[in-house]
Design a protein around this ligand. Structure first.
Ligand SMILES: [Zn+2]
Ligand SMILES: [Zn+2]
Length: 285
């Protein structure tokens, strides 16, 4: 009875949440991919064809180095180390450790070799394909088993019968809500902006600001409109299209004047500050 309770106590102390175990595998994959990309970038400097046919060897060396510096020395992959978990040391004697190396590093190398180099051997290719498909199936079965039991998420762990243990005493993973709160506040703010911005009349605001900054305002009387070949629109400063005017001597494009008068009831000529609601076509005499 006492041993049973001790056992459960030990199990609880070494409890590793499923999400941590799955995350560690994900992290390992990410680390490997990241390093592979780095190596690819370095190899791009070399003339093409020098090392491309040695791709399986390069991958094998990388995987071996990763294995050597993680599992052989610390009994934990880098992904596991990041999440403070490790393999049970007493479940990994030297023989099992060697087998782990063969299963995780040598076998993928052999598979890559078969796929890239022995392409003429169709039977071998079929065999490799068959084994791969079988492994996918076994992995799926193992995954369901893992979801139920909470131990040995990968097929290799299951074959070698090794468990994970927590290094920091089965601490629950802390989920920081500050990030989520920030996201929510930001999303709310964006929504508010999106709602209020259409209500702001920028044309009127611009006009008021301009009047505030321009101290002497000279409201001139209506003058004769000048239109010649070089005349430019007073608003867009481009060649006038469908010339119109609002009473002062300046000429506007049809769209520039109409648009501004519609958007801002108190629109003033932006050159001479003349204000009126007139909207007349410029008639060339
Ligand atoms: Zn214009
Ligand atoms: Zn004007």
């Amino acid at each position: 009875m006492a041993t049973a309770s001790q056992n459960t106590g030990k199990l609880k102390a070494n409890f590793v949440p499923r999400v941590n175990q799955l995350d560690s595998i994900q992290l390992d994959n990410e680390i490997t991919n990241l390093l592979r990309q780095q190596i690819q970038t370095i190899l791009q400097v070399l003339p093409p064809g020098i090392l491309s046919h040695l791709q399986p060897e390069v991958n094998f060396l990388l995987n071996s180095a990763l294995w050597n510096f993680s599992i052989r020395t610390c009994y934990a992959t880098f992904g596991q180390q990041m999440l403070s978990i490790a393999y049970e040391r007493d479940q990994l004697p030297a023989r099992k450790l060697a087998l782990h190396y063969v299963l995780t590093t040598v076998l993928p190398y052999a598979k890559e070799n078969c796929q890239y180099r022995l392409t003429g051997w169709s039977r071998l290719q079929k065999l490799v394909q068959f084994v791969e498909n079988a492994l996918v199936l076994f992995n799926l079965v193992n995954f369901f088993k893992f979801l139920r039991s909470g131990t040995r998420p990968s097929l290799v762990d299951c074959v070698l019968r090794i468990n994970y243990r927590s290094l920091d005493g089965a601490k629950r993973r802390n989920i920081g809500y500050s990030y989520m709160t920030r996201e929510l506040v930001w999303a709310g703010f964006m929504e508010l902006l999106g709602f209020t911005i259409p209500f702001v009349n920028y044309h009127a605001l611009k006009r008021k600001l301009r009047n505030m900054l321009r101290l002497e305002t000279t409201h001139r009387q209506a003058e004769r409109v000048e239109l010649n070949v070089d005349t430019k629109c007073a608003y867009c400063n481009e060649r006038v299209i469908l010339p119109h005017h609002m009473g002062c001597q300046h000429v506007f494009c049809y769209l520039c004047l109409k648009g501004n008068q519609l958007a801002d009831a108190g629109f003033q000529c932006n050159v001479c500050d003349f204000r009126s609601d007139t909207f007349r076509k410029v008639v060339v005499l």
